[in-house]
Design a binder for this molecule. Structure first.
Ligand code: SAM
Length: 255
């Protein structure tokens, strides 16, 4: 894997594997901004990432339904993204990728991510949508619920190709169904595997600087790609590491 930094103690570093072995992955615990600064230009193929959203999405007004339909406030447990983190992470993503950069965001932030990635030298291609048929209702009842998240898709300068032909960038995938990991914003594996298949090719290196519970990495491994990621929170990094190990073991058993 093309990188300069040493694997962190909590990371599940797997060194270069023989060509017939299942794909390698590497997970670091720590700040991705510091981590990305250690990587050379164009050292990953594709970035697929789900950074923290803005403060209004992390608010104490965020309601979730408990057993029996009881509603509870549940603010997001990790801090929202700052403008400085957006600018800096986008600059690195645009510098590191050889192909696509996909960034999940709320629709209100799509223009901000587009501008930050373009400022880093990437070329804006599309804002895709993840439609969640089982998304939360609008419990307040005073406005429509959201039911979707956006994915800003940029590419490095040059010809872009993807594996979706002429199809739309609208992905209809249920939010629930996967075993819960304890991470509040865990993305569904079916969605992440679809994105991996559409925007990368076999054995390419998929990079996620904001790993969370590791859904991008698990999807990458299951789809025969390699994976590199960073997660700041040690508890989440441990969850991700366990999931990555299981994904790799399952792949080993199937070859
Ligand atoms: C929206 S969550 C990602 C969820 C993930 N897609 C999943 O399926 O579990 C964003 C994650 O980024 C992590 N994070 C925030 N700032 C970070 C940073 N500077 N470096 C590394 N990780 C960071 C948070 O701890 C959080 O787990």
């Amino acid at each position: 894997m093309a990188k300069k930094s040493k694997p962190s103690a909590a990371g599940g570093a797997v060194a270069a594997a023989p060509p017939t072995a299942p794909p390698a992955w590497e997970l670091h615990t720590g700040d991705c901004l510091a981590g990305m600064a250690t990587l050379p230009d164009r050292s990953v193929d594709v970035v697929i990432t789900d950074p923290p959203y803005e403060a209004e999405a992390h608010t104490a007004q965020r309601l979730v339904a408990r057993a029996g339909g009881r509603l509870e406030c549940e603010p997001i447990a990790f801090p929202p993204i700052t403008e400085e983190q957006r600018t800096e992470s986008a600059r690195h993503m645009a510098r590191l990728a050889r192909r696509w950069i996909l960034v999940f965001c709320q629709v209100e932030a799509a223009m901000k991510w587009r501008a930050a990635l373009e400022a880093g030298g990437a070329v804006y291609k599309r804002t895709c949508q993840w439609i969640k048929p089982d998304g939360k209702p609008q419990y307040s009842g005073d406005r429509p619920g959201i039911g979707y998240e956006s994915i800003v898709a940029c590419h490095v300068p040059g010809r872009s190709t993807w594996n979706g032909g002429g199809s739309h960038g609208v992905f209809i995938v249920n939010k629930s169904g996967d075993p819960r990991t304890g991470h509040q914003t865990q993305k569904p594996l079916a969605l992440m595997e679809l994105l991996v298949r559409l925007f990368s090719d076999h054995d390419e290196l998929v990079f996620d600087p904001f790993v969370g519970s590791g859904s991008t990495g698990v999807a990458a491994i299951r789809q025969g790609r390699r994976f590199l990621g960073w997660e700041m929170n040690t508890d989440y990094a441990a969850i991700a590491q366990r999931r990555l190990l299981v994904a790799r073991e399952q792949l080993e058993l199937s070859v």
